[in-house]
Design a protein around this ligand. Structure first.
Ligand code: P6P
Length: 342
């Protein structure tokens, strides 16, 4: 029988990769894993308990209606980070301002910052489609004990010390990187542990899947329109037409493309000149993971991880996937005569 390795065992084992590690990051990742199991339990029974489904009647910072599970997930991750004591500041999609945990006693010496989308794609919950949590971890730049500053929070994606996602799907998986490769863990409900199931994940070098909301076609830049038509052309040698797969849940689309190869595109449009997806807790963490898995992540004009953030909830266009397909999208963008919005 193949030996079982739990997330906790793996984290401790990999801690040795960081000679100066004292276990804080390991404990922080453990805390996130615990919250993920609690959120998973609620998602799995959501269909059975009416009151956890549906809307709270409130809206989040973007005016999007907040679902009860959004709020529940946000509360669980913040509570886990607070009680774990390794995080001094958390920025969440569900919170207009970030939350300083330093005042909560045990976190006063914490040196990590967490940016999180507690439940991405939550509009899919009531139709039983996979949803996900996305997180990004930075080391604070100011000294422990000093006042946290904007420089601590608005850090470039290249400065992430870890990033990951949990996908609540046909099975629940936690996938993360600390900059030394990507590893996937599947939750075994019989023992309540995430177990290593996808060691050293690498995105296939080629792919035939493109993920984009073609309902917005008329509003796309010309280069993106041209790329979509390229995907639909019949050319057996390059295995086109490609397959269009778009779930409307970024974690699920990125996870499928990580396993099978493919490119996920959420471009800018006239109505959304910076696209829809948020840099700090959607694009940066997923870009870190995909690059660590051998892929590429661009806005169409620059590497996502090199963007210097200007505000907490800023949006960026996203083209994320295996390098060959991302480069082809960039080629069409570069060659489009004008970026015209129809
Ligand atoms: P659209 C979910 O709301 C989300 O943030 C991502 O998970 C998903 O990829 C995208 O928005 C879907 O947006 O405009 O295609 O419905």
């Amino acid at each position: 029988m193949k030996s079982l390795k739990t997330l906790g065992q793996f984290i401790i084992e990999k801690q040795a990769d960081f000679p100066y590690a004292k276990g804080e990051l390991s404990r922080l990742l453990r805390d996130i894993g615990i919250a993920a199991k609690i959120v998973n339990r609620e998602i799995n029974k959501a269909g059975l308990i009416d009151d956890i489904l549906g809307r709270t009647g409130d809206t989040n910072v973007f005016g999007e209606s907040q679902k009860k599970l959004d709020v529940y997930a946000d509360e669980q991750f913040i509570a886990a980070l607070k009680s774990g004591g390794e995080c001094c500041f958390v920025a969440s999609e569900e919170q207009e301002e970030g939350i300083e945990l330093v005042d909560s006693g045990i976190s006063k010496n914490a040196k990590y910052i967490v940016c999180i989308d507690p439940l991405d794609g939550s509009s899919n919950i009531e139709v039983n489609v996979s949803v996900g949590t996305i997180f990004s971890i930075y080391r604070r730049k100011s000294a422990v004990g000093e006042q946290l500053t904007q420089e601590d929070v608005l850090q470039c994606g290249l400065d992430q010390v870890a990033a990951g996602y949990i996908i609540y799907g046909s099975s629940t998986m936690l996938v993360y990187t600390t900059g030394k490769g990507v590893n996937g863990f599947t939750l075994d409900p019989s023992i309540g542990e995430f177990c290593l199931s996808h060691p050293n994940m690498k995105i296939p070098e080629t792919g035939q899947i493109y993920s984009i909301n073609e309902g917005n076609y008329l509003k796309f830049p010309q280069g993106i329109k041209n790329y979509i038509k390229y995907c639909q052309e019949v050319d057996p040698e390059s295995k086109r037409p490609y397959t269009s797969r778009y779930i409307g849940s970024m974690v699920a689309d990125i996870h499928r493309n990580l396993l099978l190869g493919g490119v996920f595109i959420y471009p800018q449009t006239a109505l959304q000149p910076n696209g829809k997806l948020r840099l700090m807790y959607e694009c940066n963490p997923l870009a870190f993971i995909i690059e660590q898995a051998g892929g590429k992540a661009s806005t169409g004009t620059e590497r996502i991880l090199e963007i210097i953030p200007e505000e907490l909830h800023q949006r960026v266009p996203a083209i994320i996937g295996n390098t060959e397909m991302v480069d082809k999208v960039l080629e069409f963008i570069a060659n489009s005569k004008t970026i015209s919005y129809v």
